[in-house]
Design a binder for this molecule. Sequence first.
Ligand code: FNR
Length: 371
Amino acid sequence: MTASHAAPLPADIATLADYERHAAAHIDPATWAHIAQGTTHANRAAFGRWGLLPRPLAPIAQGSTARVLLGQRHDTPLLLAPVAYHRLVHPAGEIATAQAAAAMGATLVASTLSSVTLEDIAAATRAAAQELGLPVPPQWFQLYCQPDPDQTLALVRRAEDAGYGVLVVTVDAAIKRADFALPPGIVAANLVDPAVAAPAPHRAEAQAGPLVFGSALARQAPTWDTIAQLRQATSLPLVVKGLLHPDDARAAREAGAEGIVVSNHAGRVLDGVAPALPCLPAVRAAVGPNYPVLFDGGVRSGADALKAMALGADAVMVGLPQLHALAVGGVAGVAHMLHILRTEFALAMAQCGCTDAGRIGPGLVMPMIGG
Ligand code: FNR
């Protein structure tokens, strides 16, 4: 594994917020505006409405942050959410992120819109783990349904062939505005293959005719039938990402999906969308205790992750912090960011008297009056 960023990490980085602060100087202003778009502040503010309840004197000499998800063991239930175009902030892009994830035994959910092919990401993960003598972490692929179902299927087959073990189907971004032009040299590497040559599915191209209803985008947007068809088309576990409504969570389970991600896409799609965190308890109640529910949206610390799990998530993902850490420190930055999160998470678990990440429950949090 080659270090793709030679500069030492800034000495004053102790939290994910520090990475965000430093990142502004490493990312050009147009890219910064693009990646920061969304209502992250609403997602973040929701965490302030819940407080963790410490349990001093609980026996914590032994314990584990490990968690089994969809039959795979994760050292810590903290994953890297699918985020498009890592090369926007670092020349090595997803290769560097994958190496960092492998070094930390963490799962990177590779985006359909990655700036490096899904095959190269999988290979970089395996090579890095092998070089370090570590087990290969579970590898997940995030799927955006393509305008032509055959193109979607081609992506699924490529993900299967490349060794991905879980398919995360993102359903909340089929219709959205897109006004960011990719800089020269950065492409949706998975989609330039002639077999899958299509524009990104969620790009609202300027077009004549209806803008929303009746438009090509609206006609091509995935539906529950699409989920059921995908369920038939692959033997990989299917996780539906981008649900907030408890009825949709239940419908995903009924359509055969093996899990869901409660997420509002960092508030980047729908102006005024509800923050993701407060949606968790109703979703958990709708699907019952044993159905895999992941969460993302505003997680910036181990305490945040613990709150989300106390409110019903089995695991959490972080999105934007990957780009901040990648911009500041390349492979080392992302690995360090993951290390910070994991250490904070283990500390918060221990301080709340919780020694088993599989037994995190609502007793760990209380609502903050007026928070
Ligand atoms: C995203 N997200 C996203 N989701 C997805 O399924 N496929 C994708 O390609 C992307 N791309 C993407 C780019 C950028 C710049 C951001 C910020 C987000 C959404 C992502 O997976 C996740 O839902 C949120 O980022 C989680 O919120 P935080 O952790 O960023 O606050």
